[in-house]
Design a protein around this ligand. Structure first.
Ligand SMILES: NC(=O)c1ccc[n+]([C@@H]2O[C@H](COP(=O)([O-])OP(=O)(O)OC[C@H]3O[C@@H](n4cnc5c(N)ncnc54)[C@H](OP(=O)(O)O)[C@@H]3O)[C@@H](O)[C@H]2O)c1
Length: 320
């Protein structure tokens, strides 16, 4: 039977279970994809941590799982195994990237055909399965902060999944990129076109030294008070500071708030439009998907523990 990874309760990664489920069928406008790689993202563990929702629903579904618990896996790549009656342009056997999608921590996933993009042949499964969520988010953030050729942009959290995408996309757009990261990730960031600086006390001075002509825009992928404070200190125009993490201080600061929470801009159109651009750049080798570690599906909990520890340079990926 096909497997799916689901949380059995709200909590820490040890609540994750592998459940057997019937093989799915496509909706008339949808497809079924055999998953070859599913990207792991912080949203995955945040969803069942209980941080986002009051945990007060103990209804069980047919698998004995609390009904209100989220499914996991918001991006993947794989091979199309079934196509709905109304679908054109996608065929059984096609190698595809699927985004947006839900419940991709699984052997098989269903998705609307509009979520399917052809996987470039030269792109590995792990890279293809973990390109989209971080790539579209970084693209949206740079767009919101108005980053263009000639700008100097500060990227907070440059060595994370979103950060590594943001650094490359900003450099490709012709911006000068200053990126914050631990020392051990500096060589990688230099390779990708950024000037790295260590985060922590004194960050503002280090960025000033690295950007003597000043900083035009900042994208916050770190979510720390420091990232907000240094951005406000160095960027004169607050509409050119974009954050993908929420906090009451960020909401009060007059900066751009991006995402799916209250008061945040989901950027649906710009993120959708970014997908083809990202695939094209990844196919040509102009955009590198840095995969840190792959895990079998049964080790999703271990992948989440590594992610929660917070210092993986690049993507964690599940391989069913
Ligand atoms: N709003 C949205 O649409 C959206 C979308 C995607 C992600 N997010 C959120 O954005 C955040 C980043 O996502 P991600 O996928 O990039 O996470 P990630 O890959 O887990 O990020 C890990 C990186 O964070 C860096 N880091 C840790 N502490 C830091 C600090 N104090 N200052 C600067 N960098 C630090 C680490 O760099 P070092 O190893 O160099 O220390 C590590 O490489 C998460 O909170 C995520 O939930 C939001």
């Amino acid at each position: 039977m096909p497997r799916i990874v689901r949380p059995a309760a709200y909590g820490t990664p040890d609540v994750l279970t592998v459940v057997e489920v019937p093989a799915p069928h496509p909706a008339p406008d949808g497809v079924v994809v055999e998953v070859r790689a599913a990207g792991v993202n912080p949203i995955d563990w945040k969803l069942y941590s209980g941080d986002f929702h009051a945990v007060d629903d103990d209804l069980k579904d047919s698998a004995g799982i609390t009904a209100s618990l989220p499914s996991l896996g918001l991006e993947c790549a794989g091979v199309v195994t079934a196509v709905g009656a109304d679908v054109t342009g996608v065929r059984v056997g096609d190698e595809v990237i699927v985004y947006p999608v839900t419940a991709a921590y699984a052997d098989y996933v269903t998705a609307p055909a509009t979520s399917v993009l052809a996987k470039p042949t030269g792109l590995g499964w792990a890279e293809a399965g973990s390109l989209m969520l971080t790539g579209t988010t970084a693209f949206h953030a740079l767009h919101a902060a108005g980053v263009a050729a000639g700008d100097t942009v500060l990227v907070h959290g440059g060595a994370g999944g979103v950060g590594l995408m943001g650094v490359q996309l900003a450099a490709a757009a012709g911006a000068t990129v200053i990126a914050t990261a631990s020392e051990r990730n500096h060589a990688l960031l230099r390779e990708l076109g950024a000037t790295p600086v260590v985060y922590g006390p004194g960050l503002g001075d280090r960025v000033r030294a690295a950007a003597p002509r000043g900083v035009d825009a900042a994208v916050d992928f770190a979510g720390t008070d420091e990232a907000l404070d240094v951005s406000l200190e160095l960027v004169a125009d607050r509409t050119r500071i974009a954050s993908i993490t929420g906090s009451p201080r960020r909401a009060a600061a007059g900066i751009k708030l991006l995402g799916y929470g209250p008061g945040q801009d989901p950027g649906t159109e710009i993120r959708n439009a970014a997908r083809a651009h990202l695939v094209e750049r990844a196919a040509s080798g102009a955009l590198r998907v840095v995969v840190d570690t792959t895990f079998p599906l049964t080790e999703a909990a271990k992948a989440h523990e590594v992610g929660i520890a917070g210092h993986a340079p690049g993507k964690l990926v599940l391989i069913p």
